[in-house]
Design a protein around this ligand. Structure first.
Ligand code: GLA
Length: 623
């Protein structure tokens, strides 16, 4: 230990996302020094109102010889000996962030990624709690990594107690510091709740919504548009006429934004080509993007676009011009995944080349949205610009290149809504949320499966961050048939949209879409800015029920689904939360009035299920 200082506010981390500074933030810096010339600043920033602490470590070479870091964690927290459980979110493509909870065994248990992105297998956010901690009572400590690359989270139990360590994955990590140079580790954020896991989640939700998301999209700023996405409606099979027919139907339903997904750029008819050539395919769009955008705008809709900026197809003009821009180990055949390679974003000239293309796209017409996809794990880690003994810097330099491009684009186009995506939800982390206020949650659009995925996601990330769409039935991933309203209430627990061909719907279904959108627009502020409660566990209970309560307890929207119908069964009761016990609440559309105490201690009676996946939607307002 050398010395410590407390300063108001919080310094910006160089090239890295972070919970933003502002009113009510103070930073404690603890400086440590060793004889070898290394100085480490442990930096704790305290967000008083949000009850959140962020931590980073700045490693400086204050000596006279060069130093190499082999592990540079961001956070290390020690607990006195205690019996703790570890909560992690695990999964795979189309089944991301499935919750797992287990007692810590002696030794180290870890999750992480060496895929270049956090990936689908584990999410870079974990919680520790006691065995008796539940949604409403008990201690819970939550930790989220504000980073989008290789990471390692280790939870250890030993005779001295428990320890949680979070940081960049040390595998293949080296960082050389010349005398005077510093390395700043990405930020980790933590909260503590003595009122169970529900309160832990809500602390993260508030802090992410008000301190992390881009300012334009934080609470009380612009509401999120209701969008239609062309992917499950058309896949690669479309022309301008088909898109305009979909846009026309979307306008009739009062959708705000038309998103053209994959397949719009030069020669892209399947996954085999064209990534890297970000110019319209004039066979599908004869007047290019400006022509289509103008027509969409004339219909009264905004337009958005899908891109995959970090990717390059071997069959693309970009690859033919710059084969060296893709990752590849000299003398070896690079690995194709989804018939594509990854661009070496650790090289500023590669990032600049993609910036030029995306800037031209965004300048060409008034686009209001960009879906930023990343469809493969990174392999063939080798960059031509670093010597052999510094190749270990490259995975982090890749992420810095990604952040530099996102920073430049979001600064140049602050009103464009960027939605993150990575083969569904393979890069759903607090780092991406600094640039992208919403992230496509999963390629699994089945409403039943989404209750599990969205349940896990809600442990750390707010509802407004969760891209969620109503799709067709039989569902394209599972073949399951769920009622239309059930799909709508499930998608409303997110940044709401549609992903199906509206022109194939019956008149009654088209009318339902209009009503669903009216409902979402009416409840949108409550859903996105209210307090979120998990009322059941969809992994183990017979129903998935959640609620959005107004900050002042004046209203609550209870939604979800009952999984299976039984002929003669007792209707279940679900206890509400987040209300004022002494207030009286009226159930919309009925003459029923209840006290908050009755709704919270006794609960509400769910409807009788008629058919599987019966939707639940009940709105109570203060009398
Ligand atoms: C990924 C995304 C999908 C869609 C396709 C397009 O899988 O998650 O939503 O955009 O790419 O190729």
């Amino acid at each position: 230990f050398d010395h410590a200082v407390v300063t108001p506010g919080k310094p910006q981390l160089p090239g890295l996302p972070m919970f933003r500074t502002g009113e009510g933030v103070e930073t404690l810096s603890v400086f440590l020094k060793d004889a070898g010339g290394l100085v480490v600043e442990l930096r704790y920033s305290v967000y008083e109102a949000e009850d959140l602490i962020t931590r980073t470590a700045v490693y400086t070479n204050a000596g006279t010889q060069s130093l190499t870091l082999h592990k540079a964690a961001s956070l290390s927290v020690d607990f006195a000996p205690d019996a703790l459980e570890l909560i992690t979110l695990n999964g795979t493509w189309a089944a991301e962030r499935t919750l797992e909870r287990a007692a810590l065994r002696c030794g180290i248990q870890s999750i992480g990624s060496m895929r270049g992105v956090p990936g689908h297998a584990h999410n870079p956010a974990v919680a520790l709690c006691h065995a008796d901690t539940n949604e409403t009572t008990g201690d819970a400590w939550g930790f989220a990594f504000v980073y989008s690359g290789n990471y390692l989270i280790e939870a250890e139990r030993c005779d001295a107690g428990e320890r949680l360590v979070m940081g960049i994955h040390p595998y293949h990590f080296h960082w050389t510091l010349a005398p005077g140079e510093s390395f700043t580790a990405p930020e980790a954020a933590m909260v503590y709740s003595d009122k169970g896991l529900g309160e832990m989640s809500r602390r993260f939700h508030t802090a992410i919504r008000t301190r992390l998301l881009p300012p334009h999209w934080q609470d009380m700023a612009a509401p999120r548009p209701v969008l239609i996405n062309s992917w499950e409606a058309c896949y690669f099979d479309f022309d301008e006429e088909k898109l305009l027919a979909l846009a026309q139907a979307s306008k009739k339903a009062d959708i705000d934004l038309f998103v053209l997904d994959d397949g719009w750029f030069k020669g892209r008819n399947d996954t085999s080509s064209s990534l890297g050539d970000w110019a319209a395919d004039t066979r599908k769009l004869p007047q290019g993007l400006p022509g289509l955008c103008k027509k969409i705008n004339l219909l009264g809709l905004d337009m958005g676009l899908w891109v995959e900026p970090e990717a390059i197809s071997p069959d693309s003009d970009l690859y033919r011009a710059h084969p060296d821009w893709a990752f590849g180990i000299p003398g070896r055949e690079p690995l194709e995944i989804r018939q594509q390679y990854t661009l070496d974003f650790s090289r500023p000239e590669v990032v600049a080349g993609i910036w030029q293309q995306l800037d031209a796209v965004l300048q060409s017409c008034p686009l209001k949205y960009l879906k930023w996809d990343m469809n493969r794990s990174i392999s063939d880690w080798y960059t031509q610009t670093l010597p052999a003994d510094r190749q270990g810097e490259m995975p982090h330099r890749y992420v810095l290149g990604l952040y530099a491009l996102l920073e430049r684009l979001t600064a140049a186009f602050p009103e464009v809504l960027f939605e993150g995506c990575s083969g569904g939800g393979g890069r759903f982390d607090a780092g991406m949320l600094y640039y992208c206020p919403q992230i496509w949650c999963s390629d699994d659009t089945d409403a039943r499966e989404r209750t599990k995925i969205q349940y896990g996601t809600s442990f750390f990330y707010p509802v407004s961050a969760v891209g969620s769409h109503v799709s067709t039935v039989p569902n394209h991933q599972t073949g399951r048939i769920t009622p239309f309203e059930t799909r709508a209430v499930t998608a409303m627990a997110g940044s709401f949209g549609y992903e199906l061909d509206l022109n194939l719907l019956s008149d009654a279904e088209k009318q339902a879409v209009t009503e669903q959108i009216q409902q979402f627009k009416a409840y949108g502020p409550l859903i996105h800015n209210g307090r979120y409660y998990r009322l059941t566990n969809p992994m183990t209970d017979a129903e998935a029920i959640w609620a959005f309560a107004a900050q002042d307890g004046s209203e609550i929207l209870v939604q979800g689904m009952i999984f299976h119908a039984e002929a003669n069964t007792l209707r279940h009761q679900v206890k509400l939360r987040g209300l004022c016990a002494e207030k009286q609440y009226w159930l919309d559309g009925t003459e029923q009035v209840y006290t908050g105490a009755a709704l919270m201690a006794g609960g509400v009676l769910l409807p009788k299920a008629w058919g599987d996946y019966t939707p639940v939607s009940m709105h109570f307002t203060e009398v």
